[in-house]
Design a protein around this ligand. Structure first.
Ligand code: SIN
Length: 278
């Protein structure tokens, strides 16, 4: 089958058709994919239909695969099952927080490099699309004065901040459990060794260092609103078997809401971070 490659928005996303199954598990394909991720942030292989072994094998060609012991997969500890069904994942109760814009691994010293998500079962209701927002492009679109205002700003990221979006009034026990996950301070603007800059914002961004809580919240909300305007976003409407990979260091992402009883089931792998936030 012929391979087609289509750029999706002026800044973000590339969709590839005609590559599926073990044809994807190939060094040259992985190299192309890494290069497309660098340029376009999101790479979509339509109806790739990778089985679990090939998903892990392709992930390994792209980078260092992070083990996910809480992933809920019976045989592959590199795979996390993304579902709201608690019989399939011990993390099902936390899925609602993924309905808010976020970046994975912001409470680690080095956030994840990329995420691979493949649709095992799409939602019967037609909901549960995934959206991406390109913070490289959002940063670039700021004026020079606005960029200067962001210099030196530091933000505290925490699991608690992301959970408060879903449960604003937790019980003391719930709150204490969230707070056991260590928070992490990062610069707001992430400058890569090569000079590119992106914004480290989203659901885990709870406080701006040195600012009163309300002022910090308003500032972060304003920046998130700007970074997620339609010109920076891409919406993926899932088909069974699709494989979507994103540069987690510069793309915010969120799932559009799907119900607790939804049939939606995704298999996900994560690639370890490669560059510390600076
Ligand atoms: C995630 O936030 O990692 C999952 C996104 C999705 O389920 O679409």
């Amino acid at each position: 089958m012929a391979v087609t490659v289509t750029e999706l928005t002026p800044t973000t996303g590339v969709e590839i058709t005609g590559l599926s199954g073990s044809r994807l598990v190939d060094k040259a394909v992985a190299e192309e994919c890494r290069s497309a991720l660098e340029r376009r942030g999101v790479v979509i292989y339509r109806e790739a239909d990778l089985d679990d072994d090939d998903l892990v094998a392709f992930s390994r060609l792209l980078g260092q695969v992070v083990p996910l012991p809480m992933g809920g997969h019976p045989t592959h500890q590199e795979i996390q099952r993304i579902t709201r069904d608690p019989s399939k994942s011990p993390l099902a109760a936390y899925r609602e927080s993924t309905f808010h814009w976020h970046i994975d691994g912001t409470t680690s010293e080095i956030p994840d490099r990329a995420t691979l998500l493949t649709a095992r079962q799409i939602s019967d209701e037609g909901d549960g699309d995934t959206e991406f927002a390109n913070t490289f492009a959002a940063y670039e679109a700021l004026t020079d004065d606005e960029k200067r205002e962001l210099e030196g700003v530091r933000v505290v990221h925490s699991f608690t901040a992301s959970q408060l979006l879903v449960t604003p009034d937790p019980s003391p026990k719930e709150r204490a459990a969230w707070d056991r996950n260590p928070a992490r301070e990062h610069p707001l603007v992430w400058t890569r060794a090569g000079g590119r800059k992106s914004l480290l914002i989203g659901a885990t961004a709870g406080e701006v260092v040195g600012r009163p809580a309300d002022a910090g919240r308003a500032f972060l909300d304003g920046l998130l609103e700007r970074a997620t305007r339609p010109e920076f976003t891409l919406r993926h409407r899932w088909r069974q078997g699709d494989l979507v990979i994103w540069d987690n260091t510069g793309m915010l992402h969120r799932a559009l809401p799907y119900g607790k009883a939804s049939s939606r089931l995704m298999h996900r792998t994560s690639l370890a971070g490669e560059e510390a936030v600076a």
